[in-house]
Design a protein around this ligand. Structure first.
Ligand SMILES: NC(=O)c1ccc[n+]([C@@H]2O[C@H](COP(=O)([O-])OP(=O)(O)OC[C@H]3O[C@@H](n4cnc5c(N)ncnc54)[C@H](OP(=O)(O)O)[C@@H]3O)[C@@H](O)[C@H]2O)c1
Length: 261
């Protein structure tokens, strides 16, 4: 029994160490500030997902010209004079190149729902996105990942650290942590946004963000609408340039982190 417990804790520690090592860290150096630019055209990757739809909707509300990159256009039941829907798979480098050309920024809510099936879609998809951005001189990237990676390891609460990550998300987060590593190594002006568990709660704009967000004990939940709101704020804000802030609801966290008015 003791041996079993020891092996289990060893495995938990190993998973945490890998997620920590592969993800992005707050100390990631910023080689330069982004040149102040005007962002008008935004490409949304993962636009048919829960967060992606919010990104599209809210970006249109903010007056951006939005291109939604989707595998199944019928899933995005939205029409708007400023919205262009482009069909494509993020694993298709040529399709990604074509979608990225002419954009001012890319926001990504790429994910997949088969948690136990090994997938490289986030890593390989992001590799295509990064290459296309470099080639077409599109500098600003905002990408959602999750609390629990890099220097936020353990910050999704004890249950997540002991059970969810090692047994449910290990395969899923292998891909996700590699995605963070790729972004962190790029020369682009990127911001990684790390939420806790996502919900479909309406936009509250009442959330905290920063490197101290998250708890080693409790699991935080945040609405996709608020995550999208924070992600879109990063398009013209250099506060977290080349960093990976967490985001969580206002009422759970205390002190040290920033907050949205
Ligand atoms: N769920 C949570 O509690 C939670 C917590 C923390 C972080 N996150 C992360 O937050 C992000 C957004 O989560 P979500 O639940 O809002 O997303 P989601 O509903 O799972 O949507 C994922 C999106 O990625 C797209 N996608 C997947 N493979 C693709 C491919 N090969 N080519 C093009 N598009 C592809 C999907 O398109 P299709 O519609 O065609 O499948 C969908 O639009 C994900 O990265 C997720 O891991 C989630």
């Amino acid at each position: 029994m003791k041996l079993l417990l020891f092996c289990y804790l060893l495995y938990v520690g190993l998973v945490a160490a890998i997620m920590r090592a592969r993800g992005v860290h707050a100390a990631t150096p910023s080689p330069r500030s982004a040149a102040p630019g005007t962002i008008r055209r935004v490409l949304v990757i993962g636009a048919t997902g829960g967060t992606g739809r919010e990104l599209v909707k809210q970006a249109l509300e903010r007056g951006y010209e939005v291109t939604a990159f989707v595998r199944t256009p019928a899933k995005l039941a939205l029409t708007h004079p400023q919205l262009k829907i482009v069909r494509g798979d993020v694993l298709d480098a040529a399709a990604v190149q074509a979608a990225v050309a002419g954009q001012d920024a890319v926001v990504s809510a790429l994910g997949h729902r088969r948690l136990f099936v090994p997938s490289r879609v986030q890593t390989e998809g992001m590799r295509n996105v990064l290459q296309a951005m470099e080639q077409h001189h599109v500098r600003r990237l905002v990408c959602v990942t999750a609390l629990g990676l890099g220097d936020s390891v353990g910050k999704l609460g004890l249950l997540a650290t002991l059970l969810v990550y090692p047994f449910i998300l290990a395969i899923y987060f292998w891909d996700k942590s590699q995605q963070e590593q790729l972004i962190g190594a790029s020369e682009l002006d990127w911001v990684i946004v790390r939420p806790g568990v996502l919900t479909d709660a309406p936009k509250s704009r009442s959330y905290r963000h920063g490197h101290h967000v998250g708890s080693y004990l409790s699991m935080s939940r945040i609405g996709r609408a608020d995550v999208a709101d924070f992600m879109l704020n990063q398009l013209n804000d250099d506060t977290y340039l080349r960093q990976a802030p967490g985001i969580a609801p206002q009422q759970i966290e205390r002190a040290e982190s920033g907050s949205h008015p």
